[in-house]
Design a protein around this ligand. Structure first.
Ligand SMILES: O=C(O)CCC(=O)C(=O)O
Length: 212
């Protein structure tokens, strides 16, 4: 068990933010999203498939751009970004920051929904394909992972490792919005009973693209 670190300004971790019922309901949604119209797939980065599989809502992400149609998959338009997810994102910002006004202007229009099997990882990267510096809201369900949260300059130290477990909320905005981050590993078999996943990990990151 990692000791929870002091996070830099703008980054917030709220363990067990989603109830088990909420987690299970969201996984039900995930299973329908994963079926299409743009089925879940591993994006290709410089010719190599990522180990993580991703399905997108609102806007389709491929390295390193957004489009409405999934031109690298089947050309179909991605599903709309659901209203309930935006509401959840606004509530997440208020509760993570303790600022009752934090959600007022927050209008996420895309979500990247990632599935990690036991071998999947995500290398250190910045979320910088958005033309907006609005916060990223991240929800985790299923197996616990080691999430590495770094600095805004490069992939190397200083960074902090923390565990994101099922139901956890993580927010990064303000001076931390463009921090490098990644997933070092997951711990197979740690998904709690009732979360909707028997194995693996789902992570949802909501973002504001700034695109129209
Ligand atoms: O899985 C996570 O917790 C992080 C996902 C992530 O970094 C991303 O989608 O850009």
């Amino acid at each position: 068990m990692l000791i929870p670190p002091d996070l830099p300004e703008g980054a917030h971790h709220v363990p067990a933010w989603l109830s088990l019922d909420e987690q299970r309901w969201i996984i039900g949604q995930f299973l329908t999203w994963a079926d299409g119209p743009v089925p879940i797939r591993a994006a290709r980065v410089r010719g190599h498939e990522m180990s993580v599989k991703t399905v997108c809502l609102g806007w389709h992400w491929r390295p390193y751009q957004y489009s409405r149609e999934a031109v690298d998959v089947n050309g179909n338009r991605v599903l709309e970004f659901p209203d309930w997810l935006g509401d959840l994102g606004r509530r997440a910002l208020v509760e993570a920051t303790g600022d009752p006004r934090a959600g007022e202007d927050y209008a996420p229009d895309t979500a990247l929904v990632n599935y990690y099997d036991a071998n999947a990882r995500m290398g250190m990267h910045q979320d910088k394909d958005e033309r907006s510096d609005a916060p990223v809201v991240s929800l985790s369900i299923g197996d616990t992972c080691v999430f590495r949260f770094g600095n805004t300059e490069h992939r190397n130290r200083p960074y902090q490792d923390l565990e994101l477990a099922s139901g956890d909320l993580f927010v990064f905005g303000g001076p931390s919005r463009f921090a490098f981050h990644g997933v070092q590993k997951t711990f197979p078999g740690t998904a709690p009973d009732g979360c909707g996943l028997d194995h693996g990990r789902v992570n949802i990151t909501m973002r504001v693209t700034g695109l129209s």
